[in-house]
Ligand binder design. Structure first.
Ligand SMILES: NC(=O)c1ccc[n+]([C@@H]2O[C@H](COP(=O)([O-])OP(=O)(O)OC[C@H]3O[C@@H](n4cnc5c(N)ncnc54)[C@H](OP(=O)(O)O)[C@@H]3O)[C@@H](O)[C@H]2O)c1
Length: 319
């Protein structure tokens, strides 16, 4: 049984805690907030058996916690990750893992030195349908991948965190990291940024970003669009030499379809019934990896997180 401590009692932490209710392999053992009453209220609503910690340091140093789930705003991930690693605490860090590749490198350096487990909570990578797509591609069902595209837009411009440069707001860091992970998962990690177009607010926040990625050898092209201003389709398509895979909602795979070159449906798989509880998979993966003595999650190895951070740096510098 993996005993998880939640660091930061915000929106996604609540969804995660609800998803883990009744889980046999993972239990929420503690919750920490900067404010005692907030943590108490959070625990009462989402995980009544959890201990309540006032201040993140107390959770990080607690002997009762095996893994700290860092669910604070983007610009705090580095500070909170380093604090936990220095306490020899395994960590699962919300996306985007860090604000730069330099921060990501530094976290992994400290974790490796102390033999501490670290994973990015890029929850889509841990979903069964994501693994199914990798299997189809690995078996050559669509031949070599040539082209990848995805859109991801939500009408969330009123969320304060997303409008704050200080908290690392903007559509790319919130949503683009999913499309970039989608790209790397199926195009490979040897990818460069070909072009970026961002519409920015006066604060400097990108409200919409469209960008293209290209494999270093020029054989695969990817096009992506993210926005925090509209509920767009969230679909993705992976086109290969001999067919394609269409994904309904790349942010929480609802359905995946395997198509022949002439667009005939060959196979279709729907998400499991507990579609809205997909956060479970990333925690179960951490539990399994830690029980085997691993310090990386196979679904989200450090090299992938570093590749995403490298691409994030380039895209943000080109906005
Ligand atoms: N995987 C997903 O599906 C998903 C979905 C949404 C967000 N996320 C990621 O999860 C992280 C948190 O997002 P969220 O939407 O949950 O944010 P949120 O609702 O604003 O919650 C963030 C929490 O961080 C803590 N915090 C620490 N310092 C803070 C500061 N200076 N300002 C504001 N809050 C501060 C607060 O907890 P206390 O007050 O309790 O200390 C706050 O409740 C982000 O990195 C985001 O990208 C992931």
């Amino acid at each position: 049984m993996l005993r998880v401590g939640i660091l930061g009692c915000g929106t996604v932490a609540a969804k995660v805690a609800d998803s883990l209710k009744g889980n046999k392999n993972v239990v929420i053992e503690g919750v920490a907030s900067r404010e005692r009453n907030k943590a108490k209220k959070f625990a009462a609503l989402h995980c009544p058996d959890a201990k309540v910690f006032t201040g993140y340091e107390k959770l990080a140093s607690s002997k009762d916690i095996d893994l700290v789930y860092i669910a604070t705003p983007n610009t705090y991930h580095y500070e909170h990750a380093i604090m936990c690693i220095k306490e020899y605490k395994n960590i699962l860090v919300e996306k985007p893992f860090a604000m730069s590749k330099a921060e990501a490198d530094s976290i992994f350096f400290e974790a490796k030195n102390r033999n501490v487990f670290v994973a990015e909570a890029m929850w889509t990578s841990y979903l069964p349908l994501h693994k199914q797509i990798i299997e189809w591609i690995g078996k050559g069902r669509i031949g070599s991948v040539k082209y990848v595209s995805a859109n991801l837009g939500y009408d969330i411009a009123n969320v304060p965190r997303l409008n704050s440069p200080v908290l690392g707001g903007g559509s790319y860091l919130d949503l683009g990291v999913y499309t970039t992970n989608f790209a790397l998962s199926f195009m490979g990690d040897d990818i460069k940024v070909a072009r970026v177009f961002a519409r920015k607010l006066s604060s400097g926040i990108d409200r919409d970003t469209t960008y293209s990625l290209e494999s270093e050898d020029g054989s695969i092209l990817g096009n992506f669009y993210v926005t925090m201003c509209a509920d767009t389709d969230k679909d993705g398509v992976i086109t290969g030499e001999r067919g394609k895979i269409k994904i309904t909602n790349i942010n929480n795979y609802r359905r995946i379809g395997l198509f022949s070159k002439d667009d005939a449906l060959l196979e279709q798989i729907e998400a499991e019934k507990d579609y809205n509880h997909g956060y479970v998979h990333e925690f179960e993966s951490c539990a399994k990896a830690i029980s085997k003595g691993l310090i990386q999650a196979p679904e989200m190895p450090w090299s992938r997180t570093v590749s995403i951070a490298r691409i994030n740096d380039t895209i943000r510098s080109m906005m």
